[in-house]
Design a protein around this ligand. Structure first.
Ligand code: F6P
Length: 331
């Protein structure tokens, strides 16, 4: 009986997922495994949205953002009954192994399947780059480049109108996108959840800049920073902070919330290669029957970690970048 390996993408989509899918399918065939597509993540698994995939099914996708397997969030899978249905569906199709391409929420689901005897290997894919045990997750590099392109355009109009521009970026509770894109764009201020900010200090910095004839400013705000009203609701922090600055400093401000364009776009070389290397090693582990693992790239080496161990870790922000930002953005 040819062994079958299921492949699914879960959580927020990320550029590079298709490169991972392509490699997983072709590596499975290389190791005489039968690759099976599972559509719409765990939701599709529970509802039987599965079919075998061949090499031609993943032609022409390496350059595309998004995921041809689609993704979905599944409340049902959060229940023991839902997880049991997922395991039953795998067994009905003689699929004994699974490659999960997604974020930490997807990994928690994968661990529960592993505990029920499914041979699961996870690879990190989320633009947030908030997954421990890997320097970068698939999609992060493309997202940061997307933000950089947008901020470059905003800088043109900011310099033409002598305004303060706030650009809000994604990242959930992580400041990685804001910090890396802000540093790459030469932002004057970068606000991230990991470092508490004092708005009056920000206003004073803008006043000092104005005295030195700095006529416009770029402020990059991570969506997960503290809200001014301390609510954790959907209010945009950049909108609140922009209003405060306009009132306190008297400078014209404009706010751009980049939103979901950060999730799309053709994956960069870095993301395509990261995705391909991780997916290759994931299927190789699966072929050897060694599941219960998460793969990451650490110092450019593909490294495997016990899934339970990885889920107990917390991703730390690389504060060297923050210290560099502080030096480079001082007046
Ligand atoms: O986790 C990826 C991400 O893009 C976050 O940065 C963002 O906060 C969230 O997904 C948005 O979720 P949704 O696509 O469900 O609106």
């Amino acid at each position: 009986m040819v062994r079958r390996v299921g492949i699914l993408t879960s959580g927020g989509d990320a550029p590079g997922m298709n490169a991972a899918i392509r490699t997983a399918v072709r590596t499975a065939l290389h190791y005489n495994l039968e690759p099976w597509a599972i559509y719409r993540g765990y939701h599709g698994l529970i509802h039987g949205e599965l079919e075998p995939m061949g090499s031609r099914d993943v032609s022409g996708i390496i350059q595309r953002g998004g995921t041809v397997l689609k993704s979905a969030r599944s409340e049902e899978f959060m229940t023991p009954e839902g997880r049991d249905r997922a395991v039953d569906m795998l067994r009905q199709h003689d699929i004994d192994s699974l490659v999960v391409i997604g974020g930490d929420g997807s990994f928690r689901g994968a661990l529960s399947l592993q505990e029920q005897g499914v041979n699961v290997v996870c690879i990190p894919a989320t633009i947030d780059n908030d997954i421990p045990c890997t320097d970068y997750s698939i999609g992060f590099d493309t997202a940061v480049n997307t933000v950089m392109d947008a901020v470059n355009k905003i800088r043109d109009t900011a310099s033409s109108h002598d305004r303060v521009y706030l650009v809000e970026v994604m990242g959930r509770h992580s400041g990685y996108i804001a910090l890396y894109s802000g540093l790459a764009c030469g932002a004057d201020v970068i606000l991230i959840p990991e470092v508490p900010y004092n708005l009056d200090d920000v206003c004073e910095k803008l006043r000092q800049a104005a005295k030195l004839d700095k006529t416009y400013n770029i402020i990059v705000v991570a969506e997960g920073v503290r809200r001014l009203d301390d609510s954790d609701g959907s209010a945009s922090p950049a909108m609140q902070i922009g209003r405060y600055i306009a009132n306190q400093v008297g400078l014209e401000t404009r706010i751009t919330i980049l939103g979901h364009i950060q999730r799309g776009g053709d994956p960069t070389v870095r993301d395509r290669l990261l995705a391909s290397r991780l997916a290759y090693h994931a299927v190789e582990l699966v072929a050897r029957g060694r599941g219960g693992k998460m793969l990451g790239e650490v110092n450019q080496q593909i490294t495997s970690f016990d899934l339970a161990y990885a889920l107990a870790q917390e991703k730390q922000l690389n504060m060297d970048y923050y210290r560099l930002y502080n030096i480079l953005s001082s007046i």
